[in-house]
Design a protein around this ligand. Sequence first.
Ligand code: PMP
Length: 427
Amino acid sequence: MYDPKQIIEDDKSFVWHPYSSTHNPTDNYPVVSANGVRLQLADGRQLIDGMASWWSAIHGYNHPTLNQAVNKQIEDMSHVMFGGLTHPQAVSLCKTLVEITPKDLDKVFLADSGSVSVEVAIKMALQYWLSQGIKSKTKLLSLRNGYHGDTFGAMSLCDPITGMHHLFEHSMPQHLFAEAPTMGFDTAFDERHIADLKRQLSEQHQQIAAVIVEPIVQGAGGMRFYSPDYLKRIRELCDEFNVLLIADEIATGFGRTGKLFACEHANISPDILCLGKAITGGYMTLAATLCSNKVARGICDGEAGVLMHGPTFMGNPLACAVANASIQLLLDSPWQQTIKRIEQQLLRELSPAKALTQVDSVRVLGAIGVIEMKEAVVMTELTPKFVDAGIWVRPFGKLIYIMPPYIISSEDLSLLTSRLVNVITTS
Ligand code: PMP
């Protein structure tokens, strides 16, 4: 048996959690198991999970199919180096990814986390132009409110303010930023919305290797949804100015927005695509960077002849096995109807919160529901109230948002939304 008090005490003494202080630690709730959409706390309480472990646990927890995939792979081989050796799980995963992602993404580089897949994407873009003998293209153009990860290259592409990394500005690579897209999936596109991006591309395309965007949903930079027409226009401008397009679908990939990949809303293909999070159904850390044959060939025809990257745990067989099982499970399910059902229910059940004086707006897209408050919330005050209400939701800034596992039943989703709105109403 676990002693919840001891876990909390040792956690505070020895463990450094994300974005937290060591000498003024916030409470972290010990979870001892998880099943379906429920997290079991060490003190006996159960929480309905509204976060899917940050977008990833799309099939919920302790799923028999995913468990079986990991167990079987453990019997065969847990890990093996990926240089000079390959294995069926990685080959099958890469083939599937090429088949299910937007067209013209032909080659897959396996990475070990979302941030690393962005690092790989940056290297691909820079190496591609170097290989063409174009040394001036050293900058990436990112969007305000964008978020791409916590490693140095990825940090340098995050909005310097909302991206949380301005502290490191003095030692980060310096890239370019264009105005954020106008909010609203259904907002009618106006050429003026993209004027800043267009101006920077037209003035500096000789310096710009790639534009990087989170398609349709800017996540950690504000949970902002924007029009597919805007994304379509970015693709056109990249073509016009001979700049690569990198789509960061680490959060949006694998169905979350109602399409398998958010690029499909605009019917576009990027030159480079980053995937992560839900790729293994949240079971293991794995990510992937895909690129077109044009980019791959360009890189490999260059002076180096190879892509200069190779992590130790690349293509981990356990991670690949569970990714294969997770993707198959998703594709074999009626996931489009599921996401539609969740979307409609979120709209119905969260929209009334618009009437609350402390709420600024409510927005829903696919299996993502966002309540934006007028003022920033105090996470340390709100979180215990959510836990007491039996739900797991982690707000940040002015945002209280949920993206539950896709397997959530209508009944559990109703419990989640009603308790969420109730906590906001009474806080
Ligand atoms: N890009 C996006 C769009 C993300 O949402 C995240 C994770 N929040 C990352 C990159 C970084 O992924 P990871 O945390 O796995 O490094």
